[in-house]
Design a protein around this ligand. Structure first.
Ligand code: TXA
Ligand code: MG
Length: 541
């Protein structure tokens, strides 16, 4: 069969010729805002049969009807609820398919034997004109061969369907890029069967509660029934195994960089494209632009077909807005093989000097965790962090030396012995440290992070922690330890111990207390390990 390519933009008879194909029972590739569709007269059983044949699609997977406006709903659906008109009013033409009870005029062949029918009004002027000119609803699945990614350009459609169908209408690249959202209005509450181009949040604004079908987020168990028959079929899967990595973009990027090898395929956000040397990289768009990610997701997947990558890693947006649809398409391509580098468990550690905080931090490291020493970070920031340096200069005058280093003596004479100035310094420090802590937390894939800060509570760093742990130890023992550790006199050691906050202060402000009465540091580290391991297990549940 010769496949004609129509260009309505250049050729003013194209729309009529394309509509004639539909009227005469032929197959036509049609552009929509979501993906290209493989259209035929939905009321003509033979034409519909040809759709299934051309796509290689199982006959029990129903097709949706494309109509030019909500006025056509009554012709093909029964018992149309007011909610359907509310949705049509707000979102049609647009990327939303509604499932409604079917009228007998719609052949069972079209609906895969179901008593319901999916209907949508696509937002593409050429296709709307073609449907009106044809005068019949157009049944159209996505225009890919079954098992391939949905086509988002006429070129994609041509690759899959040249020689199998009568024509393809070139309406330019799809502006949405993922298929329509499907909402089943025959159940209460309405159920989202497929996450697509219309965000769930938009549906909830009109419908209130919406149930999300399990198949959107998880792989169905063998024998479990999909509410949208299409969701049960394996979707496009590249030849190489795909791993989808969820979690904050920095953490998923770090995970992929650590696990991808030479010759891996990578689907990533634009910001991280340069991280993966020796890999084949396809970008999804910027982290913050999920619409762009939706437009590109199928193309990124499709492109790997012409490469010989051995494995593919994909970064994945979170589920807000269109992210639910993008992550669903990626996860389906991965057979739901996902790794969640989620967010780490953040534990704040504090306590008086000499109590054994260092051993507790070692325990965090031995759990694969990462320790952030707020004091060390402050000293690094003094060298490199402009906002902090500017704030200090504004508050205390020029406290930096010509070589850029901090003039400790000068700052010291201002703040020591002057409680107000010292308080001012602390406020500046603790206003700036969280920024750097967050940056480092984002850049690690460690499952657990320990923030080490003497002034954890006073500086307000506890608010960025999931929980806080005070490391305490009887004062007499601390005196002995500081003397040995810092090689100082008993008198001086006592002075330092007495200058610190009381155990009661730490106990009342921290979530947990670790009492160090152990004979050895090793023993105490083991005690801390048990606590942190338990917290980590709890956080993962
Ligand atoms: O954006 C779209 O919806 C695109 C463009 C071309 O309009 N079309 C599309 O069609 O994605 P298709 O056939 O690839 O996907 C339609 C999905 C299938 O998963 C099918 O099982 C489901 O809708 N579906 C159709 N009728 C249904 C019904 N009566 N009940 C439940 N699910 C239905
Ligand atoms: Mg499809």
């Amino acid at each position: 069969m010769k496949t004609v390519l129509f260009h309505p933009e250049k050729d003013h008879t194209a729309i009529q010729e394309a509509a004639a194909i539909i009227r005469h029972g032929g197959l036509l590739g049609i552009p929509t805002e979501t993906v290209y569709g493989l259209g035929a007269n939905a009321l003509d059983e033979t034409a519909v049969l040809h759709i299934f044949e051309a796509k290689g699609r199982p006959q029990d997977n129903p097709l949706i009807l494309h109509i030019p406006d909500a006025g056509w709903l009554e012709k093909y659906c029964r018992d149309v609820p007011p909610a359907a008109y509310d949705l049509a009013e707000r979102f049609w033409p647009g990327p939303l398919t509604m499932i409604l009870p079917r009228r007998d005029i719609v052949p069972l062949r079209t609906t895969g034997g179901l008593d319901t029918v999916g209907v949508r009004c696509p937002n593409h002027p050429m296709t709307l004109e073609i449907i009106r000119a044809a005068g019949v609803p157009v049944a159209a699945p996505s225009g890919n061969l079954s098992g391939r990614p949905s086509p988002t350009t006429a070129q994609h459609m041509w690759e899959d369907m040249n020689g199998r169908i009568n024509g393809i209408v070139d309406g330019g690249p799809c502006t949405v890029g993922v298929e329509s959202s499907i909402i089943d209005l025959t159940v209460n509450p309405p159920r989202l069967l497929r996450a697509g181009g219309l965000p769930l949040e938009a549906l909830e604004e009109v419908l209130g509660e919406v149930e999300i079908d399990k198949a959107i987020r998880e792989k169905l168990a063998d024998g479990e029934e999909a509410k949208a028959p299409g969701m049960k079929y394996r979707h496009y899967a590249p030849k190489a195994p795909v791993t989808v990595v969820t979690g904050s973009p920095m953490r998923s990027a770090a995970y992929i960089a650590a696990n991808a090898g030479n010759g891996s395929g990578i689907i990533c956000f634009d910001e991280f494209a340069s991280l993966y040397h020796g890999c084949t990289v396809h970008t999804l768009g910027p982290v913050g632009d999920v619409s762009e990610q939706a437009r590109r997701v199928f193309d990124a997947l499709r492109t790997f077909d012409s490469t010989d990558v051995k494995e593919i890693f994909a970064q994945c947006p979170d589920e807000a807005g269109l992210g639910l649809a993008v992550s669903n398409r990626l996860k389906k391509a991965a057979g739901f093989h996902t790794v969640d580098v989620g967010r780490p468990l953040v534990i704040g550690l504090t306590g008086p000097t000499g109590a054994g905080k260092t051993s507790a931090l070692r325990a965090i490291e031995s759990l694969g965790g990462c320790v952030l020493d707020s004091d060390a970070i402050y000293h690094e920031m003094l060298k490199t962090d402009m906002p902090l340096r500017e704030a200090l200069t504004a508050a205390f005058g020029e406290v930096f030396l010509p070589d850029g280093g901090l003039d400790r003596q000068k700052l010291g004479t201002i703040v020591f012995g002057n409680a107000t100035e010292l308080e001012k310094l602390n406020q500046i420090i603790y206003a700036h440290i969280p920024r750097e802590l967050h940056r480092r937390m984002d850049a690690t894939v460690a499952p657990i992070i320990g923030i080490d800060a003497i002034n954890l509570i006073e500086g307000g760093l506890d608010t960025m922690c999931d929980c806080t742990v005070a490391v305490l130890c009887p004062p007499e023992e601390r005196v002995r330890r500081i003397m040995a550790r810092d090689n100082i006199s008993e008198e001086y050691a006592r002075l330092r111990v007495n200058a610190q906050k009381s155990d009661e202060f730490y106990r009342s402000h921290c979530t947990y207390t670790l009492n160090n009465t152990c004979a050895t540091a090793k023993e105490f580290q083991q005690q801390a390990y048990v606590l942190f391991q338990g917290l980590l297990q709890e956080a993962r549940r």
